[in-house]
Design a protein. Structure first.
Length: 251
């Protein structure tokens, strides 16, 4: 699927390809959180929820992967690391793929001894370089240690909120973000029930952070996408886009 959108750069320094965007559980034909962030020379997988590795194989080449970033310990964001590791071992012959994640995830996943995955701990305030991509991590308001990430390349910047309630400020990733992929799990009537944000709250966050483009993700499959987008547009004040499997956003 080649679904580039109005406003996409024809010659991007950065792009983000959606492998999965369902919140908390995958709906029919859906997948959990997972996104390929790519420059001209570098590819990283940000989160690896259930169903995302199947879509990775359909939409891109797994052997192109340079590193993985996992935002937190909740299984809807990492369980397809199993598929990735087995494929790398028996198909592509890869070893030592860097996995940047909060402390303890390797042990929780029972993958700490995998010869394929090279686990590296990241925490609030850390910065890492993967090829020509620079990633900065910031802790959000969510159960357990959850890390949002800002990714910069050649003057372009992408922000990913990971999971968060509204008590964390998207602006902590810095202003001037070209695109923010922000969780908007549900609508206003659910606010305060599950440690996530509504469309209204995501729009407010993006506006305060002076974000140029807002893309919503992590929607519960039982919540109507149009309703979440409408809420976000009302508070953001500009067009809002909805993540969907196969969509690629170019910066």
């Amino acid at each position: 699927m080649d679904d580039h959108l109005p406003g996409d750069s024809p010659d991007p320094a950065l792009s983000i390809l959606v492998l999965g965007c369902d919140g908390s559980w995958p709906g029919p034909d859906g997948a959990g959180s997972g996104y390929l962030v790519r420059s001209a020379t570098t590819t990283i997988l940000v989160d690896a929820g259930p169903g995302t590795f199947a879509n990775f194989q359909r939409l891109a080449e797994p052997a192109s992967l340079d590193a993985v970033v996992i935002s937190h310990h909740h299984p809807d964001h990492w369980t397809d690391l199993y598929g990735l590791a087995i494929h790398a071992r028996f198909v592509s012959g890869r070893t030592g793929i860097p996995v940047f994640a909060p402390r303890g995830l390797a042990r929780r996943a029972h993958l700490e001894d995998s010869p394929v995955l090279d686990w590296r701990t990241v925490a609030d305030g850390d910065h890492i370089d993967v090829g020509d991509l620079t990633c900065g991590f910031h802790r959000t308001e969510h159960s357990g240690e959850t890390l949002a990430v800002r990714i910069d390349c050649e003057g372009r910047s992408l922000g990913y909120s990971a999971d968060s309630g509204p008590g964390w400020a998207l602006a902590d990733l810095g202003t001037g973000l070209d695109l923010v992929l922000c969780e908007a799990t549900y609508t206003t009537e659910h606010e305060g029930t599950a440690g996530h944000m509504s469309g209204r709250q995501a729009g407010e966050q993006a506006k305060r952070a002076s974000t140029r483009r807002l893309v919503l993700t992590h929607r519960w499959p039982t919540i109507e996408a149009a309703a979440v987008v409408a809420e976000a547009q009302a508070t953001f004040g500009r067009q809002v886009e909805q993540a969907a499997i196969g969509k690629e956003f170019r910066l």
